[in-house]
Design a protein around this ligand. Structure first.
Ligand code: SF4
Length: 374
């Protein structure tokens, strides 16, 4: 059995105005206490762990930590888990928290992939989002990462900002391509309840772009990236051949994974668990007991089928119906028949996939497939 390991670092330089991730502005004392708890949980969770093929240190902004803390985390992982020789070991990074020494120390620790939250190459857009870096700092961070020895670099970009024009998004994609990353993720901005952005939208300070502009941004992103040799392998993810993110592919394939840290999720032996999101409570729980679980769900057959559909349809290769029981695959085909007529879903051999039109409406399409199998 093989699987993945996710480590959550919930600290950032400051909070971006659209963010509802589990992260807070960095506080040294709390971060030190948290890393101590994290190291304990890494060991506690290792019992019966599968062979680990991918490790992802995410956040938050893991690169806000001192490199010696990252080294300690990796060391603890290596001491307690079987890590495959060709494991993908990623770290999530934000421009403005990287320097040469840090990046070199990540390479020495065995980290072999870096995912940089660029988000935009337009300084006004970065400022609007509450990001702490400028476009120039992204360029510098990518150069430093290459110089330090990273041969697998990913950039994240966000489109669909209020007031953003299609041309601005095209410029962002073109700038990203010029930096020659090995992987690019493009995410549509979503307005999450309770964020400062949501507040400004509700109060009429900003309006989101209309659906036609969003579709145009999505499709022109695909066109530009594919012309530059990036293969789309998931709704929002594009890679040079061989640079697909193995960690995320494991999630979409319903592979097993262990999540460590506040708010981290795990999926092992058909059970999904999540740790408390509250950082102080997380520390207290790990300091006084063996885990910090807050929720647990045993996934039955029906639940597993739903997951196969909503995770599998995210991938461009779709779902392989031939591995499912015949009556189940027939049920799915029946549920999707209207969507095929509307060109939102297609079948290729025994695979069911979303079309490009289906990708832009993926949430609605997936809900319709799921309601068809109820
Ligand atoms: S850097 Fe990422 S995780 Fe941190 S506040 Fe901004 S969007 Fe949220």
């Amino acid at each position: 059995m093989t699987g993945s390991l996710y480590i959550h670092i919930p600290f950032c330089l400051s909070k971006c105005n659209y963010c509802d991730f589990n992260s807070i502005p960095f506080k040294q004392q709390l971060a030190d206490r948290y890393i101590h708890a994290l190291i304990t949980e890494i060991k506690n969770q290792s019992k019966d762990a599968p062979l680990i093929n991918t490790v992802y240190i995410g956040g938050g902004t893991p690169t806000i930590l001192d490199p010696s803390q990252i080294q300690k985390i990796i060391q603890k992982i290596r001491q307690n888990y079987n890590i495959s020789d060709d494991a993908e070991i990623s770290i999530e990074a934000n421009p403005g928290t990287l320097d040469r020494t840090k990046l070199e120390s990540f390479i020495i620790s065995g980290i072999n992939r870096i995912s940089i939250g660029a988000q935009s190459f337009i300084d006004d857009e970065l400022a609007f989002m509450g990001r702490r870096h400028t476009a120039l700092i992204i360029d510098i961070s990518v150069s430093y990462a290459r110089e330090a020895g990273f041969t697998n670099i990913s950039l994240d970009l966000i489109y669909g900002l209020p007031k953003q024009k299609v041309q601005q998004w095209k410029d962002n994609i073109a700038k990203a391509i010029l930096l020659k990353p090995d992987h690019i993720s493009t995410y549509e901005l979503t307005v999450e309840n309770g964020t400062p952005l949501a507040h400004d939208i509700i109060n009429g300070k900003y309006t989101m772009p209309d659906e036609d502009d969003i579709s145009e941004m999505y499709y022109c992103g695909i066109d530009a990236l594919s012309a530059a040799g990036y293969i789309q392998y998931e709704i929002s993810n594009f890679a040079k051949p061989g640079y697909e993110c193995r960690h995320n592919i494991n999630y979409w394939n319903r592979g097993e994974y262990i999540g460590v840290g506040s708010g981290a999720h795990s999926f092992c032996s058909g059970v999904r668990r999540s740790n408390t999101r509250d950082i102080k409570k997380y520390c207290e729980l790990i300091e006084t007991s063996s885990d910090a679980y807050e929720d647990q769900e045993i996934i039955d057959e029906k639940g597993a089928l739903k997951e196969i559909i909503f995770l599998g349809l995210r991938k461009c290769e779709g779902i392989d119906l031939s591995v499912l029981p015949n009556e189940v695959s027939e049920k799915i085909k029946k549920a999707a028949s209207d969507l095929v007529r509307s060109s939102l879903v297609c079948f290729e051999d025994e695979r069911m996939k979303l079309t490009q039109k289906g990708f832009i409406l993926s949430s609605e399409v997936i809900v319709r497939v799921l309601s068809g199998i109820e």
